[in-house]
Each structure stands twice: as C-alpha cells, then as structure tokens.
Design a protein around this ligand. Structure first.
Ligand SMILES: [Zn+2]
Ligand SMILES: [Zn+2]
Ligand SMILES: [Zn+2]
Length: 345
C-alpha cells in the first residue's frame, strides 16, 4: 500500500483517511485514479461513507450510483443496530478495501455476482450463534466471513487454539479470494496440470483431508513443503495459503517502497548487499523475494526491539518459493489477459 498526498496542501495521507489531517478538506479514494482525491461533490461518496462514515471510497462512474465497488460486493452484512456488529463490520470493510486495492493493482478481474452470477464475486459477513456457528469459507464466488474474526480476543484465542503464527481479517480475505481465483485462473484458465505438478492432486477427497488434518495434525516436517501447517491439509488450502502469502508480499513491499525504505540485507554470499525498495520491480520474482527477505528480517527485529512477537512468523523453503513463483506467474498472465482493467459493478 502506497502513501498518498492531499490535493490541496500535499500533506501525506493514508489509504484510510477521509479528511486531510492538515488542511481539513474531505478526501476519498478513487478506484479509477487509484489515489486519494479531494471530494468536491459529496454525493459521489459511497453511501456507507455518507450514512455511516464507514467507507472513504467514491462510487465509480460505470457502476452502482449508491455504493462503491467494495461495498457493492457485500451481499450480506450483520445487524448494525448491535454495536459489536457495527464495529466488526467497519473493520472487515476496511480490510476488504485493502484487499481490493491490491487486486486492482495486480489487474486481476473483479466482477460482482450482480453482473455475472456464474463467475462473479460476493461477500457475506455473518454473525453466528451457539446453535448455528458461521464457517468462514468460499463457495462458487461467495466468500463468507464469521464477523467474530474482527474481534481481537476471539481471533487471538482461535489462533492459539489452532496453533497458528498468524491470523488476521485481511489474511482471511486474501486466503478466501485465493479459492475464488483458483476457479477463475487455474480451473477455467486450463492451468490444472501446472498446478498439480507443484501443489498435488486437488481431486482427492476434501472431507477425508479435513478429518485427517484435525485427527492427526500436520506432518512433522510440514514447513519443508508448506507455508503453513494448514496448507498441508489439501492442495486447495495449500494454494489459498500460498496465494494469500503472495498478496502479503506484494502489498507489504509496496508499503516499504512508498516509504523509501532502503535496507542492507545480511546475505551470506553477498555480504551487506544494499536493497533499495525504491527500485524494486515486482515483475521480477527473484528481486521480489530478495527484497522480501531483507524487509521481513528488519520487520521482525524491529518488533523484537519493542518486546513484541515476530510480525512475520514464516519461513520460505525452496519448495514454498517454487509455489509462490507459480502464483506470481499466473497472476501476471491473468493480468495480461484482463487488461484493460475490469472494473466491478
Ligand atoms: Zn490538506
Ligand atoms: Zn463503500
Ligand atoms: Zn481455505
């Protein structure tokens, strides 16, 4: 995620700002311009911004006159009269806008189910009950998220229970959209053979894989071949975990670049090699991973200095890097096919 600037006074602004923190003008994110712009016509602000102060995106010319492309994808939201739901919904929508920012940046097709029922995308944010718990997941273009995942205590508890190093709302959304793009890019794009060579045969029973995973846990040496223990469950989950990780990398490196971060990475073969994220070309996978190693090392060290746990609790084995390279290549070829950019409606 890059930094933005106020049109009126050039103050540095963040993606989430709806007002300039220096001169006070109203600002909003324009998907077409891919930046924050000064708002001259409040009527063009997304209705969730106007009515709830819960969105800072503008509506797009070609689509829904009420909601922005992000809010327009939310098919079901929880009962907002409940304060806890309202807070959870705001956090989830904010994470979804970050997700979409990267999808647009990578020129991946984003089409609403309202436009294309067969291959479009929709989100359902549901609050479960003890009798009817909500399962986070993806099915035929519909991404369901349990809104409890936006509650810090709930999520930390789940993370501990599942033995995970990392669990966030944005991570959930990046994972689930990975399942969606598997259908679009791998299955519909005739790339299943290339996929199987790296991730394995996805036609094996998913139900048996879940049962096996929760009964006997991941294989002891899972980190040699998988980005997370969960990824070892089934080739589909391996794909979704790897895909999510690729989005983490691209977005975090863009943030580093936008801040002009320059690092001297302690590499064994090239001691003290200087990596300037400013010159980083995300089109080159090797440059991307070299920068990523430097950035994540620094990130973890900074966190430890603050007495906090590692921000990046992952190890990229050669096998995992091969899978990430595959994701990188299919994203780039999907982008070439999708250009000019498809705007959701
Ligand atoms: Zn300003
Ligand atoms: Zn909106
Ligand atoms: Zn999954």
């Amino acid at each position: 995620m890059r930094l933005f600037a106020c049109d009126n006074c050039q103050q540095t602004l963040y993606f989430e700002n709806s007002r300039c923190v220096h001169c006070g003008v109203a600002v909003a994110y324009s998907v077409e311009a891919a930046r924050l712009v000064q708002v001259f016509e409040p009527a063009l602000l997304c209705r969730n911004g106007r009515d709830h102060d819960a969105c800072n995106w503008l509506v797009t010319v070609s689509s829904d006159p009420d909601f922005c492309v992000s809010c327009g994808l939310s098919e079901v939201i929880p009962d907002l009269s409940e304060p806890a739901n309202d807070q959870a919904w705001r956090r989830i929508e904010a994470a979804k806008r970050r997700l979409l920012y990267t999808l647009f940046a990578l020129q991946l097709p984003v089409v609403s189910r309202k436009v294309d029922e067969a291959t479009g995308l929709a989100f359902r944010f549901l609050k479960g009950t003890a009798e009817e718990p909500v399962m986070t997941g993806h099915e035929q273009g519909v991404i369901t998220l349990n809104v409890d995942e936006a509650d810090f205590a709930f999520r930390e508890n789940m993370r501990e229970k599942m033995g995970e190093g990392y669990r966030t709302v944005l991570g959930h959304l990046r994972h689930e959209i990975g399942h969606y793009y598997w259908d679009r890019i791998i299955r519909d794009g005739q790339r299943v053979d290339g996929f199987r060579a790296l991730f394995g045969d996805e036609s094996q029973s998913y139900e048996e894989a879940i049962a096996r995973h929760y009964e006997s846990g991941p294989p002891a040496n899972w980190n040699e071949s998988f980005i997370s223990a969960y990824a070892s469950m089934h080739p589909w989950e391996d794909w979704a975990e790897t895909w999510a990780h690729y989005l983490h990398m691209v977005d975090t490196l863009e943030t580093a670049r936008s801040h002009g971060l320059t690092l001297r990475a302690p590499a064994a073969d090239q001691p003290g090699e200087k990596i300037s994220t400013e010159r980083l070309a995300t089109s080159d996978f090797d440059a991307l991973t070299a920068s990523w190693n430097a950035v994540t090392l620094a990130m973890n060290s900074l966190n430890r200095s603050m007495g906090m746990k590692d921000a990046y609790p992952f190890v990229l084995s050669p096998t995992v890097l091969g899978k990430l390279r595959f994701v990188h290549e299919v994203v780039r070829s999907a982008a070439r096919r999708a250009a000019p950019r498809t705007i959701a409606a």
